[in-house]
Design a binder for this molecule. Sequence first.
Ligand code: NOJ
Length: 450
Amino acid sequence: MVKFPSDFIWGAACAAYQCEGAWDEDGKGPGIWDDFCHELNGHHVNNGDSGDVACDSYHRYREDVALMKAHNLRAYRFSISWPRVIPDGDGEVNEAGLAYYDALLDELIANGIEPMITLYHWDLPSALQRKGGWQNPQIVDWFARYARIIAQRFKGRVKWYMTINEAQCITFLGYGIGTHAPGLKLPEEELARIYHHIALSHSAAMRAIKQVAGESVQVGFVPCGNLCYPQADTPEGREAAYRASFEYGDRWGFNFNIVLDSLVLKRYDDTVPAVVKKFAATIPASDWELMEAPDFIGINVYQGQMVDAQGKAVPKPAGYPLTACKWPITPAVMHYGPMNVHRRYRLPIIISENGLSCNDVEFLDGRVHDPDRVNYLHRYISELSRAVQEGVPVFGYLHWSFLDNFEWSSGYDERFGLIFVDYATQRRIPKDSAGWYARVIETNGECLNV
Ligand code: NOJ
């Protein structure tokens, strides 16, 4: 039986660079994603796409908020573009940039939609990258100052912050293998350093937000990694899935625990790879005292790995269901993922993202029918209800994404939205899933009981 608490928060999410456009308007400075998309004749990104225009939400936010309201959204998670509000990252504040977010916030609040702000969703000001970006220990002060400016301005209007989105993608994809901005391929020691700077930056920003906006403001952190679920739901299976979820494998940087252990447990565990151990030996003891456990953890859930009772990955059979971008569809990760993260860290959880890309097209009747998305969401949200009923404190679910948008190095090839965007005209068409999700919200999930 699908059931959620009556105060469960239902919403959707997006990020500045992926939907705003207006990349150089009203005093905005350049960010690393602007540079990454523009350099090498657009070679880094499919079709040479960029976020220059994206969904043009910078100019169309009223229309977008009206659509959110029409689809019953209770919360909207969006990110602030750091270079829009502080063009060079640590210098003068751009009043026009702040005014845009003022207007967006007011529009959301007037429509009864709770704003949830992500401070960093990957668009670092280019000027800071020229000083080393996340490699430079000064990032901690730059980020804390930025957080303080935002928290001060939006004091009393924003109760929810998420400091840094997917630290693992920032580090591993951006600085490790270079498929994301800033496109660097650094040695592993440097990645260990970046992870540590991210932990310190979250902590300093969290202190700054609470100082200016008050202790009751909730500050979260959003990591990502490889969540595992058991092949058979036995005590041994569950235990194996738990252990496997926090193992450092070859891609040691792509783990939930790499930053969260620092923040919450204030240490690296014994199984951490040698390169991190070596780096950890150089960390002054005082750094550990600065670590701030977040008030909640945001988990972005897309896919997981099935493991057997020994914790070994179970290969997917031929013809296994995949999304349009070929990610396996694994609803059980929505049950065991939050459960395992909670077991290790004992903090409240929000599903800060969940969704899929589909080959969405306009049909002859002028509508966008996306039964694959409805089927996927029905399965995932039902599994989430199991976690909640087993006592995992998940307090909300945010669909990724509200609108189709710029999917990083895939450009506009992947459509993750509940609302279809015709990029040539910027026309929005609610997909069938948008109406379906509106009903899920209206019935607090009860309509999923079929
Ligand atoms: C996670 C990221 O936070 C978001 O920016 C991205 O679009 C989605 N995953 C889908 O890949």
